[in-house]
Design a protein around this ligand. Structure first.
Ligand code: COA
Length: 367
């Protein structure tokens, strides 16, 4: 075979020229990155400054109200100021969503020093959507397995189900920590609830077989069937909230207003809450059954521990859910500004993307 080396040399020199282009692009990319980090730092400092000054203004307002009787005109001014402060808080929160945040200690321990901030609003929504879907799929599997465990009393199947619970709740704690870093307002209790559930599932896993377990087994599986069904209802609610939040940011969906969002949310909550409370009563009943079983002659340490854990879950869940409604009623104005800033931010980003793709299209046409 006749090999033409010159041809290869020519190809190599062509490729080298292309590599020079790549180097130039990479240099400009690194410059942009450096610039980006600088801008991020500047934004963070300016947000801190805004918050500090807002704190001072709020403090001065409080002192002023305390020391002086206000005229109706001054009262109006004060109302405006308070509204503006709330609005600015929501705007700052929204700006912060585009900036990298520090990991929590838990994430640092589990994942190491890697940043999990998602800087794009639609990617954040997608991640949350993914989290809800993950819960749904695992709940369907959980529902099938607990149902099967009611029909068949087979130790390996039982252990597989309990092991799935350990893994599921453990994964939830990680995902929720990532959501929290990315600005989710998930309450501390729900995260703690999933830590406690991981611990409970771990204790269940090492509960030795015997009469007490057999006496509790069916009740536990029925409880899981019920919880899986309630989780399905919760999924419907959270999915609806997410859909409406997305719609708030879409330009052509002006019919779905903030008021519409609120009225839908209240309807969803009033449907869901009775089912949640039945679940909590079930948890209290589990705690009571386990308490009685702890007096059984074959009782092991797992039984009183589980009884306490179920009781803690019952108290924590009931209190938190009961506080949600008054909190939502009190925070209506705050929530309104949050939604307005969110809608504003999503629209601004969408307009930018549309403009960018428009100019790209024009460039393509010119080419
Ligand atoms: N698990 C995970 N995340 C939750 C949550 C839960 N149980 N409850 C609320 N959140 C999240 C919301 O999705 C929202 O996230 P975002 O900031 O990323 O958008 C944030 O926390 C704030 O939610 P909030 O406005 O306080 O409540 P909500 O209207 O979304 O939901 C309830 C209110 C009562 C429906 C909800 O808290 C719930 O389902 N609680 C019951 C959970 C439970 O009891 N589970 C055990 C079943 S027996």
């Amino acid at each position: 075979m006749n090999i033409d080396l010159d041809e290869f040399v020519k190809e190599w020199s062509e490729l080298s020229n292309e590599y020079k282009n790549l180097e130039a692009t990479n240099t400009s990319y690194l410059d942009s990155l450096e610039n980006l980090e600088l801008l991020q730092e500047q934004c963070t400092t300016q947000i801190k400054h805004q918050r500090y000054r807002m704190q001072q203004i709020s403090k001065n307002i409080k002192q002023c109200i305390h020391n002086k009787r206000l005229t109706p005109e001054e009262n109006d001014k004060l109302d405006d100021l308070n509204k503006n402060l709330l609005k600015r808080k929501a705007q700052l929160h929204e700006i912060e969503q585009g900036l990298p945040q520090k990991n929590s200690l838990y994430l640092n321990i589990i994942l190491g020093n890697v940043n999990v901030s998602i800087l794009n609003r639609s990617d954040k929504v997608r991640y949350k959507d993914d989290y809800e879907k993950f819960k749904l799929i695992l709940n369907v599997i959980g529902l099938l397995m607990s149902f099967l465990n009611i029909i068949v009393n087979y130790r390996a199947l039982e252990l597989a189900f309990i092991f799935l619970l350990v893994w599921y709740y453990c994964t939830l704690t990680i995902r929720e920590s990532i959501l929290k870093v990315n600005g989710s307002r998930i309450k501390g209790w729900w995260r703690l609830h999933h830590f406690i559930s991981t611990a409970s599932a771990g204790v269940l896993l090492v509960w030795p077989q015997g009469e007490p377990w057999q006496l509790f087994r069916t009740q536990f599986m029925l409880f899981n069937v019920y919880i899986s069904l309630v989780q399905y209802l919760q999924f419907g609610y959270q999915k609806g909230v997410l859909y409406r939040l997305k719609a708030l940011g879409e330009r052509h969906n002006m019919d779905i207003t903030i008021e519409g969002f609120h009225s839908w949310m209240w309807r969803g909550l009033s449907f869901l809450i009775p089912f949640l409370f039945i679940g909590y009563i079930f948890q209290a009943y589990n705690a009571w059954t386990l308490y009685k079983l702890s007096r059984h002659i074959d009782a092991t340490w797992q039984i009183p521990v589980l009884s306490i854990l179920f009781l803690v879950l019952f108290i924590g869940n009931t209190t938190t859910t009961m506080l949600v409604i008054p909190q939502k009623l009190r925070g209506r104005i705050k929530e309104r500004y949050r939604l307005m800033s969110l809608s504003w931010a999503m629209k601004a980003r969408q307009n930018k993307t549309t403009k960018q793709s428009g100019s790209n299209n024009e460039c393509d046409k010119e080419k």
